[in-house]
Design a protein around this ligand. Structure first.
Ligand SMILES: NC(=O)c1ccc[n+]([C@@H]2O[C@H](COP(=O)([O-])OP(=O)(O)OC[C@H]3O[C@@H](n4cnc5c(N)ncnc54)[C@H](OP(=O)(O)O)[C@@H]3O)[C@@H](O)[C@H]2O)c1
Length: 266
């Protein structure tokens, strides 16, 4: 009897966490559809997955923008045509922002909100009906630990992540009767291109905090796709930050202000 391979749809597969997750899921024999705007990056990812030692899953590259619902719907259709099913959505694509809300360019704020909020909504709304039809599935939404604390000078980004974390909790209840699990992935600092791609102020955000590699995050995502937890928090440090946001929000806010304040304000 041939085993049915799980099929994973990953947004933001061209770099960082999404790229590492595409490789990790393919290694674990899932078929993967990876979506992003940079097609050349997706082509090189396909070559890397093709070169993995057998057995591994196949990779379908789809160039698309999560802000455009028609492109996401078309990408889900292509996934279903190619692989026949869709078991896991990893809504990962996102963009950061640094700078004071009042002084920031509106275009930057709008890009952050449309990518991080609308983008996740479009993906969920496109993927869930296919999961429903086939009797179940799993949606992992990549949020951030900043969703649980107040972070000045990265407020639009943090608020967008608070939105999707809240969304994940509500969706879990809305979709449980369809056997679709929803996981809120509260990622902490990870070594990716995220800071280079961030919009807004160009100053570096202070370092010194522990970081994970994208591969470590990807491994945790593959495990979470087995366990289907309500929340995925990747390390003790992140748990402490989130607990601090509840127990001592004032202290956490002051620490966040030091961390995120543009350097010229010092
Ligand atoms: N790195 C961290 O420290 C960290 C911490 C907490 C949470 N996160 C979250 O983790 C997720 C992945 O970020 P990363 O760290 O891996 O950063 P990254 O290396 O910059 O990757 C971001 C990915 O999102 C894609 N993307 C951005 N806008 C898109 C759009 N409109 N349509 C389609 N794809 C789009 C990018 O692809 P294209 O540019 O090719 O479209 C890229 O593949 C994000 O949601 C981020 O908020 C990251």
């Amino acid at each position: 009897m041939t085993e049915t391979r799980r099929v994973v749809f990953i947004t933001g597969a061209s770099s960082g966490i999404g790229r590492a997750a595409a490789i990790a899921f393919a290694r674990s024999c899932c078929h993967v559809c990876g979506l992003a705007r940079r097609g050349d990056r997706l082509d090189s990812l396909r070559d890397e997955i093709d070169a993995l030692p057998a057995p591994h899953g196949d990779f379908l590259a789809v160039v698309g923008d999560v802000r455009v619902p028609a492109q996401i719907e078309a990408a889900v259709l292509r996934t279903l045509e190619r692989f026949g099913r869709l078991d896991i959505l990893l809504a990962n694509a996102g963009v950061g922002h640094h700078g004071a809300v009042v002084d920031a360019d509106w275009d930057d704020i709008e890009t952050v909100l449309r990518s991080n909020i609308n983008g996740v909504l479009h993906c969920v709304r496109a993927a869930a009906p296919a999961m429903r039809k086939q009797g179940g599935g799993h949606i992992l939404i990549v949020s951030s630990i900043v969703a649980g604390i107040h972070t000045p000078y990265t407020a639009a980004y943090a608020a967008s992540k608070a939105f999707v974390s809240s969304l994940a909790g509500s969706l879990r209840l809305e979709l449980e009767d369809d056997n679709i699990a929803v996981t809120d992935v509260l990622a902490g600092r990870t070594q990716t291109e995220f800071n280079q791609n961030r919009l807004g102020a160009s100053e570096q955000i202070r370092g010194g905090l522990p970081t994970k590699t994208a591969d470590e995050v990807a491994q945790a995502l593959v495990k979470a796709a087995e366990r289907r937890p309500r929340r995925l928090i990747l390390r003790l440090f992140d748990r402490m930050i989130l607990a601090g946001g509840v127990i001592a929000p004032g202290i956490m806010a002051r620490m966040a202000k030091r961390q995120y304040r543009p350097t010229e304000d010092e």
